[in-house]
Ligand binder design. Structure first.
Ligand code: P6P
Length: 337
C-alpha cells in the first residue's frame, strides 16, 4: 500500500518571509512584523466568520458605512478586529478602512506604514454562506511623514505590498511584496498559513468573463457591444465565453487567478457613474497582485489602474482586470491597443 504523501517540509508564511527578505521591496523587520500582524487579523476574522452562524452574528448591524453600504454585524466586527490588530502591531501609523468615514492616524509612537483595507469585502453574501474576504494595500509613509492623508492619496505604483484573504471552504492568502505572487492556505490545526501556490502565474488567456450583467442597460454602448462580443452574439460561428459571477470581488478574483479570465466592474449611468469598486482597497491591491502575476488591470478608458491617484480615500474606479490577453482584447476594442 503506497504511503500517504506526508509533507514534512512545510513553508509557513513567517518562514517564507524570512527566506525572501532580500526580494521584499522594503525588507525590514518592521515590515515582516506588519505582515505577521496581518496574518493574525485574517485568522481572527476567518474564525469569527465561521462561528457567525452559531453565535447569530449574521444579519444587518442596522446602520450604513461611509460609502452607504448596509453594514452587517460581521462588517463591524471585521473592522474592529482589523483596526485593533493594526494598532497593536506598532508598525502601522495610518489606516484607511471601507467601514470608517475618515482616515485613522494611530497616536502611538512608531509605525512607518499606511494600510488601506476592506475588512470584509462581499459581505452582502455573508448570510448566504458565499466566500467573502479581506483586501489590503500597503504603502510606506512618505519621508519625514508623521502620518497624514498624503501617505495614502498616492499613485498605485507606490504600494509596497498587497494581499487578500479569502474565507471560503479553506482560508486562502494571496500576497505580493513586488516580486511575484505567492498563495498560502490556512492549516487550521497548525494555525499557520502554508505556501501552496509558489510564484503564481495568471493564465494568459481564458474564455471566462465575470461581470454583473444586471447593469447592462446602464453601460456605455461600447461596453454593451464588447460583452455581446464575448457572448458570441455578433458572430454565429463564435464560441461564447463562459459567464461566472459571484458578486464577491475576492471570490471572483481568486477564481480568475487560478483559472484565468476577465473580471470587470464598469461605470454605469445608474448607481456607479465612477465605477463601484474603491481604488485604495479594492482596485489598487487587486491590480498590483494581477500585474505581479503577469496579468493586466485598466479602467474603462484603458488607463492602467496602478497609474491612477485618488483624491479622496473612498474614491471609486471602473476596472477590467485578469488575464493579459483578455484585457488586451478589451483595450483593442476601445482602440487603445
Ligand atoms: P454588485 C461587494 O459589495 C463588492 O464591493 C465587491 O466585492 C463585488 O465585486 C461587487 O461589490 C459586487 O457588486 O453590484 O454586482 O452586487
Amino acid at each position: 500500500m503506497s504511503e500517504a504523501n506526508f509533507e514534512t517540509d512545510l513553508i509557513t508564511l513567517p518562514r517564507f518571509l524570512l527566506d525572501n527578505l532580500k526580494d521584499i521591496k522594503c525588507a525590514t523587520g518592521e515590515f515582516t512584523l506588519l505582515l505577521n500582524a496581518l496574518q493574525f487579523a485574517f485568522k481572527f476574522i476567518s474564525q469569527t466568520i465561521r462561528k457567525a452562524e452559531l453565535i447569530n452574528l449574521v444579519g444587518l448591524a442596522g446602520h450604513a458605512n461611509s460609502t452607504g453600504d448596509e453594514q452587517k454585524k460581521l462588517d463591524v466586527l471585521g473592522d474592529e478586529i482589523f483596526i485593533n490588530t493594526m494598532k497593536g502591531s506598532g508598525n502601522v501609523k495610518v489606516l484607511v478602512s471601507e467601514e470608517q468615514d475618515d482616515l485613522i492616524v494611530f497616536k502611538s509612537e512608531g509605525g512607518n506604514y499606511a494600510v488601506c483595507c476592506d475588512p470584509i469585502d462581499g459581505s452582502s453574501n455573508l448570510d448566504a454562506g458565499v466566500s467573502v474576504g479581506t483586501i489590503v494595500s500597503i504603502f510606506r509613509l512618505l519621508p519625514g511623514s508623521t502620518g497624514s492623508i498624503k501617505d495614502v492619496l498616492r499613485s498605485g505604483n507606490e504600494m509596497v505590498a498587497a494581499c487578500y484573504a479569502m474565507y471560503g471552504a479553506s482560508t486562502h492568502l494571496m500576497l505580493t511584496t513586488g516580486n511575484g505572487v505567492n498563495g498560502f492556505t490556512l492549516d487550521t490545526n497548525l494555525g499557520e498559513f502554508i505556501l501552496t501556490q509558489k510564484n503564481l502565474v495568471l493564465p494568459p488567456s481564458r474564455e471566462i468573463y465575470s461581470i454583473n450583467e444586471g447593469n447592462t442597460k446602464y453601460w456605455d454602448d461600447s461596453i454593451k457591444q464588447y460583452i455581446n462580443k464575448l457572448k458570441g452574439e455578433d458572430d454565429v460561428n463564435a464560441k461564447p465565453y463562459s459567464a461566472r459571477y459571484i458578486g464577491s470581488m475576492v471570490a471572483d478574483m481568486h477564481r480568475t487567478f487560478l483559472y484565468g479570465g476577465l473580471f470587470a466592474y464598469p461605470a454605469d449611468s445608474y448607481k456607479s457613474p465612477n465605477g463601484k469598486l474603491r481604488l485604495l482597497y479594492e482596485a489598487f491591491p487587486m491590480a498590483f497582485l494581477v500585474e505581479q502575476a503577469g496579468g493586466k488591470a485598466v479602467n474603462d478608458k484603458g488607463e492602467r489602474i496602478m497609474d491612477l491617484t485618488p483624491t479622496h480615500i473612498h474614491d471609486k474606479s471602473s476596472i477590467w482586470l485578469g488575464s493579459k490577453e483578455e484585457v488586451d482584447k478589451y483595450l483593442k476594442h476601445i482602440g487603445k491597443k
